[in-house]
Structure formats: structure tokens, C-alpha cells
Design a protein around this ligand. Sequence first.
Ligand SMILES: Nc1ncnc2c1ncn2[C@@H]1O[C@H](COP(=O)(O)OP(=O)(O)O)[C@@H](O)[C@H]1O
Ligand SMILES: [Mg+2]
Length: 257
Amino acid sequence: MAKVICVTNQKGGVGKTTTAVNLAYYLAKDKFKTLLIDFDPQGNATSGLGIDKTDSGVLGITMTNVILGVAQLSDAIRPTKYKNFDLAPTAPDLANAEVEITGMQRKFVRLRDAIRSVENNYDYIIIDSPPSLSLLTVNGMIASNYLLLPVQTEFYALEGVAQLLESMKLVMKQANPSLRLLGVLATMYDKRTSLSIQVYNEIQKYFKNLTFKTTIPRNVRVAEAPSHGVPVGAYDKFSKGAKAYKAFTKEVEERTK
Ligand SMILES: Nc1ncnc2c1ncn2[C@@H]1O[C@H](COP(=O)(O)OP(=O)(O)O)[C@@H](O)[C@H]1O
Ligand SMILES: [Mg+2]
């Protein structure tokens, strides 16, 4: 049965999508059957893997259809260019679907129900979430075994984290008692700035050994890769960013053994 990891932080631009795509890529490279679910209406994971999210003819069935209950998750899943790496893409209309499911039955567990039908086909399922504590995000938390929290090493990094942990506690109490925090990943780390170091120390003070030892450096190759529709590991595997995501993936594998 798959280990399900929800990459979440209600802040935008902290590296959720980058982390979800590159973790999925390196897990697959390490021979784990991996599914990446793009569960953010912005669809950056979808486009970052080279799929045109604006062309519904190309896209076909997406997470929108799945969450509305008009298609099976298996119908939305397609292989990527990479061995062992499948994708369930999203489209901008997932935002409308979120409003629609508000009035539906089982609105909190729709993603979990969908995942149950494919969880035996994978070792890992990675969910990329929107930058909010919305119904979609709650669906992601309820469907998961682990939360993975990327935190950008900049001022205000931990702002909102307390609220996120509250939501997590609520989800554990009400719907998913086995949910746990897999860890906190420091992203866009710049070891030359005292602010980065300071924020990383703050994260460590707060989360102790839940903080991943690997930090993801701010690296231009990481930022360029999505515009070529590929993970950084496929774009420039010798870049600092790629090496960091590879090392981080090993830590995830270790923690989820
Ligand atoms: N380590 C990094 N170095 C440089 N740019 C990065 C790095 N991680 C992410 N980015 C860039 O920062 C922006 C936000 O990252 P993204 O993963 O989309 O965040 P989120 O999904 O949390 O909104 C994107 O343009 C991405 O390419
Ligand atoms: Mg994103």
C-alpha cells in the first residue's frame, strides 16, 4: 500500500510544487512506483512536467473530474517521461470544483476515497496542495499518512505555521488520527546570508529533529527547469539544486521506511 505524502504550506511561493515534483522524480529514480497528484488549481506541477494545462484537449481527464466524482482517479493518471513516475494532472477549473463539492456528501474525504482505488499500485503518492487552508487542502491532509512542510528561509518563514499545525491537529482528531508530520524542509536557502542561517536555526529550534538535515539552496537551475517542462534532476543533474533534492529524497525514504 502506498505511503501518501501531502506537501503543504498555506503560503504561496515557498517551494511546495518544486518539492513535490522533484521528490516524486527522485523517488521514481530510486525505483519506487510513484504517483504525483496535482491538487492545486494553478496546475504548476502539471505544467512543470511539460503538460499544457490550458489545452483541455491535451489534458483530458483531470483531478477536477475525479473530485467531482464523474471520473475515476485511474482515468486521470498518465505516465510521465520518466520510469515509475505517473501524474494525475489538474486544470484551473479545479477551483470551481472546490466550490461545487462544498455542497456534496463526503466533501472532506473525496480525495481519500479516490486514492483508495489506486493505492495498491504505488509505493508513494505525493500530493501538491494549493497555497491555502482550503477544502482541497483538508482533503489532502485527510487522504495522507504524512505532511511535508516546505518553509522558505526568509523573514516571516514561520508565520502561519502554527495555524497549519492547528489544522493538522483538527484533522487528526476528526478524521485521520494516524496523520503525522514527516518533516520540515528549508527551501531557497542561501548560506551566504545571515538571515537564511538565522531562519534555519529558528526552524530547528521549533521542530528539532523533524527538520530535514538537507536544505534546498536557492539555485537558478531549479527555477529554470519548470519552463522546460522537466524536474531539475532531468534538466541539470549536477546542479546544486538537483543534488539537494536527491539527498532530501533519501531522507524521506529513510523516514518512511
Ligand atoms: N531552490 C530554489 N531556487 C530557486 N528558485 C526556486 C527554488 N525553489 C523554488 N523556486 C522558484 O520559486 C517559485 C515558487 O516555487 P514553488 O515551488 O512554485 O512554490 P509554491 O508551490 O509553494 O507556490 C517558482 O518560480 C520556483 O521555480
Ligand atoms: Mg505550488
